[in-house]
Design a binder for this molecule. Structure first.
Ligand code: GLU
Length: 469
């Protein structure tokens, strides 16, 4: 049997981190078993539908480097098939027309409540003949849910989950305006797509009991279910904006690498002993449903940074250079080819210090800046009277240096510190760093200076000097 999983997001406008994890688990399970992951957009909510929202999901998957098999399927476009099944269920005696008006349903609920009975639909049309149908009213189609016994979901994560059949109502599968309900659409699509494994968030577990009623009524094979516990924020409440970024795009923009994100999301709810660093190749080899935890996972930003730093160190220098240039371009820094090659030369050091690409880009500024650049407030503070004096002295000394090497530069700075700042090297380096970067952090300054070369260093000092006045 070929294992077929599916990724069926609703296009909400962005890709939530929980949705990304669901995609990853389905993808890994398919890859692990040499199966397929199909991709369906659940785009039936036309009021909310926009092509941009669909693109956000597609771009999220692409950024995460998760591919899918076959064409993207639109649930909306499959409505005729959903409708066909609704009518087939009626013909089979498994579903029926219900002609209740909203007012009638309200009255029924109020009455049930007053009598202390459950307020769900009381099945008044279940056994009535459609010949009794009031004229001019459009019916909904409701499924006949079992009246007695237990309804059981065998879940590969949660185990056996049971509810009494009494808790199930004869829910609507086709609305009176002819629009199929979500419950029906999902089952028909999963069946037609040959889905064998449904791996999704446990917020859908309740739907599963209902969906199984449809499977059973049609005599279709129920897929294997694995419902993933929620993702919580660090404080144990449901992950939300309050905790920080919740969408995949935000993580991309904060400078996380896709492979780091995959590793981190994998560990968010799935485990293999104490292993934290699990690259994708290894994950494909190991991934199974047994490793999914039963309790909700907490998002841990520090761990994500740790994992990201690991993958940044492993990443190819030219790739990192490209990503860094793109980040700095957004802040108006257009790097020249020469500047890019200087940065690439120092990439081993740059990447050893960075937890995110944004941090790396901040450090790489020193190589990529052009003739004019901005100074942040902290760096301007370094360019006070004393700072300017330091710059003047260094400028004159650098100018006469013959070997502009890190070693010689360091010697010179130490000498300057001795006579200007009681040997405190930091007092000399801070204004120099501020002058060269417009910031107060940088990678090893002396090595960076050597890479930049004397001309650039001198002209930056001159530029900074003017900004300070
Ligand atoms: N469209 C649903 C969602 O985005 C997923 C439904 C499912 O997995 O069955 O939550």
């Amino acid at each position: 049997m070929t294992i077929i999983t599916r990724f069926p997001p609703s296009p909400t406008g962005f890709m939530h981190i929980g949705t990304a994890r669901t995609a990853l688990f389905n993808w890994l399970y398919a890859k692990r078993n040499k199966g397929k992951m199909l991709f369906r957009i659940e785009d039936t909510d036309r009021a909310r539908y926009t092509p941009e929202a669909v693109d956000a999901i597609i771009n999220g998957l692409k950024w995460l480097e998760l591919d899918w098999d076959g064409d993207i399927i639109s649930q909306y476009e499959r409505a005729p098939r959903h409708i066909e099944i609704a009518h087939e269920l009626v013909k089979m005696g498994k579903a029926y027309y219900c002609y209740c008006t909203p007012e009638e349903l309200d009255a029924m609920r109020i009455e049930a409540k007053a009598a202390g009975r459950p307020t769900m639909y009381d099945r008044r049309w279940r056994d009535r003949s459609p010949s009794e149908a009031p004229e001019g009213l459009k019916a909904v189609i409701r499924i006949k849910a079992p009246l007695t016994g237990e309804s059981i979901v065998y879940d590969r994560v949660q185990g056996e989950v049971k509810i009494d059949a009494e808790q199930l109502d004869d829910f609507i599968i086709l609305r009176s305006d002819g629009v199929p309900t979500y419950m029906l659409a999902v089952v028909v699509d999963d069946h037609d797509m040959g889905v064998t494994h449904v791996i999704r968030g446990d917020d859908h577990l309740n739907n599963t009991f209902r969906q199984n009623v449809i499977y059973e009524s049609m005599g279709w094979t129920i897929p294997t279910y694995a419902h993933l516990p929620l993702i919580l924020g660090p404080d144990g409440t449901k992950l939300s904006k309050r905790h920080g970024a919740t969408s995949v795009e935000e993580y991309r923009d904060m400078g996380y690498l896709p492979e780091a994100m995959r590793n981190y999301l994998l560990r968010l709810g799935w485990g293999h002993g104490d292993d934290e660093i699990i690259d994708t190749e290894q994950a494909i080899e190991w991934f199974n449903l047994e490793g999914i935890g039963q309790s909700a996972a907490r998002f841990d930003f520090e761990k994500l940074n740790f994992v990201n730093a690991h993958y940044i160190k492993l990443a190819d220098n030219a790739r990192l250079a490209g990503l860094t240039v793109a980040i700095l371009k957004k802040s108006g820094i257009d790097a020249t080819p020469r500047a890019i090659s200087m940065m690439t030369e120092r990439m081993d050091e740059l990447k050893s210090r960075a937890k995110t690409l944004v941090q790396l880009a901040e450090d790489a500024r020193i190589f990529l800046l052009g003739e004019s650049y901005d100074f942040d407030e902290k760096s301007l503070k370094q360019l006070d009277e004393f700072g300017k004096k330091v710059l003047l002295v260094l400028h004159d000394n650098f100018k006469t240096m013959e070997n502009f090497t890190a070693e010689e530069i360091e010697k010179l700075c130490k000498g300057t510190a001795d006579y200007m700042a009681d040997g405190k090297l930091g007092k000399i380096m801070m204004p120099l760093r501020a002058a060269l970067t417009g910031r107060t952090t940088s990678p090893s300054l002396t090595h960076a200076l050597e890479t930049l070369g004397k001309d650039i260093v001198l002209s930056r000092i001159q530029f900074a000097f003017k900004q300070a006045m």
